[in-house]
Design a protein around this ligand. Structure first.
Ligand SMILES: Nc1nc2c(c(=O)[nH]1)N[C@H]1C(S)=C(S)[C@@H](COP(=O)(O)O)O[C@H]1N2
Ligand SMILES: [Mo]
Length: 206
């Protein structure tokens, strides 16, 4: 990973079986939610260090320090979007504001309408993972996750949850929305971890 004027820039490369489409597809399950800043919140719950839930309002979340990363992302349906410039809040900032219990090894990312994706703590804290509010120097469009999505460029893009509303600290791993429906628990595109039947012992909960 390179840094250019403080921006982490990942080398653009295409994982096995992926292609670069014309245009920039938008893809998700269900409808695009409407953003209501007065009632929006970001909840950090589950196994927090204090045992208490931590809640950010939109104005609190918006005021957190931001950083920028440039990275590709890879959909399991085989298209890849190359060199996206994301700006937003680093997971480390959330972990510092609302610390997890020391036994936490996994997190569940929760979105509007109950969409979710689980991540290992090591993927959540990886240097390319970000809670993004901007793409290519503009606020996210509604269909790309406005006002907040997570991007986990080094995993298949169903883990890059749009319209994020919170995270749950997990003492034991649990499957999210697509992981329960036949997709791989880890989802590393470089190892083509597409489907749950490819999982090896230790890759996921039974
Ligand atoms: N909340 C939510 N986030 C989601 C999805 C979804 O259905 N709901 N789909 C995922 C999938 S499968 C992909 S490929 C990416 C697509 O992101 P894009 O629309 O910005 O290309 O969003 C991911 N995040
Ligand atoms: Mo996807």
């Amino acid at each position: 990973m390179r840094q250019v004027r403080g921006v982490i820039v990942e080398e653009s490369r295409l994982p096995p079986g992926q292609y670069v489409p014309r245009g920039r597809p938008v893809i998700h399950y269900g409808r695009v939610p409407r953003f209501k800043p007065e009632s929006w919140d970001f909840r950090v719950f589950g196994a927090t260090a204090s045992g208490e839930e931590h809640r950010f309002t939109w104005s609190e979340f918006e005021a957190l320090p931001r950083t920028t990363r440039i990275a590709d992302f890879h959909c399991v349906t085989k298209f890849s979007l190359m060199a996206n410039e994301w700006s937003g809040v680093a997971p480390a900032t959330i972990l510092a504001a609302a610390p997890p219990d020391p036994g936490v090894r996994h997190v569940m990312i929760w979105a509007e309408y109950g969409y979710s994706a689980n991540l290992r703590m090591s993927d959540f804290t990886a240097p390319d993972t970000l809670f993004a509010m901007e793409l290519d120097e503009k606020p996210l469009s509604p269909d790309r996750g406005h006002p907040l999505r997570i991007v986990v460029p080094h995993l298949y893009a169903w883990k890059s949850v749009k319209w994020v509303r919170g995270i749950e600290y997990l003492l034991e791993d649990r499957r999210g929305f697509w992981e329960e429906r036949g997709y791989h628990n880890i989802a590393d595109p470089w190892r083509e971890q597409r489907y749950s039947y490819q999982e090896e012992p230790g890759d996921g909960p039974l």
